[in-house]
Design a protein around this ligand. Sequence first.
Ligand code: NAD
Length: 359
Amino acid sequence: MYRVTLIPGDGIGPEVAEAMKQCIEKTGVKIQWDEQPAGEHAIAQYGTPLPERVLESIRKNKVAIKGPIVTPIGKGFRSVNVQLRQALDLFACVRPAKYYEGTKSIVKDIDLVIVRENTEDLYAGVEFDLGTPQTQELIKMINRLQPKQVREDSAITIKPISAFASERIIRYAFEYALKNNRKKVTAVHKANIMKFTDGLFLKTAQKIAEEYRGRINFEDVIVDNMCMQLVQRASFFDVLVLPNLYGDIVSDLCAGLIGGLGIAPGANIGDEIALFEPVHGSAPKYTGKNKVNPTATILSGVLMLRHIKENKAADRLESAVREVIKEGKFVTYDLKVNRDDPSAVGTREMADAICRKLG
Ligand code: NAD
């Protein structure tokens, strides 16, 4: 019996989390779910969207899976998702993007894995708001220290990229490639413009690539060029390693390439703890409507099963998902050619169809 922390989350979270739980249970793997509230619901009850008990549960169980959690834009609380990754030092965000027959994927020969640095870069949370004394002091200092002048009416976000975090994520990407029979790591950056921060990331990648020479191929690609190449020839890529912001954006691009957010799973990995979650957010307009695709969360469950070494159950569940999508009968609106197709089923019905395939 495994113990896994389950955070249903906000919006469509509880519905897709329930679907995932049902499918995992159907594989026969015995899991005791330690359900924990986080996000909007938790604020009312605990005065914070991330109660300490959630972190304690994850630290104890070491494995967690979550639905999406709302982040109010521009005000209120910091992103719970970012806080979780930072508090638990889940430094690697791993997001596979692969083709399943029957999806509206615009590329068919895609099978790559995104490894995104999760703890620093512009997501580190070092921000200075417009007009505060701290911001004014910082701007004065910046303008004194170097010739490029920052306007006084600026807000500032700091982009720290460290040698430590770069080395850790790049090494993780190479090790992931080795363990998963992948052939190539591509480092994605903008070192031509951000010579120091992205420059450090690139130099670190080049240094570590030397250690894997002859076992794993290496190349680097500038992020804007990467976006174009992904659309034109995604099959050329295998494992991508990126700093935080580019990783976030390129993940959504790849989710789009494989047929939408509804089928894009993810994992946040640390030295000891792993937290699985779909790439998509809480899609508030669909809350409680039994409408959205549970696949991204179910496939996040597949990644979780692989993580706890229940590989057979993981393969069976992935095959069940693959078959249901290929048949195209019991699928949600986003997998239909026409999104208004009245034959689309709901979240629960798609999960039921996947469970039926599991026997
Ligand atoms: P979103 O992913 O919630 O939704 C964007 C659109 O994608 C939806 O309107 C819907 O059309 C589609 N979509 C998303 N999930 C789907 C699914 N399972 N099946 C079918 N279609 C699906 O993005 P958003 O609207 O930018 O964000 C809403 C909220 O979610 C925000 O508060 C944001 O901060 C949060 N968010 C959380 C996470 C997370 O918890 N990791 C990730 C992204 C966004």
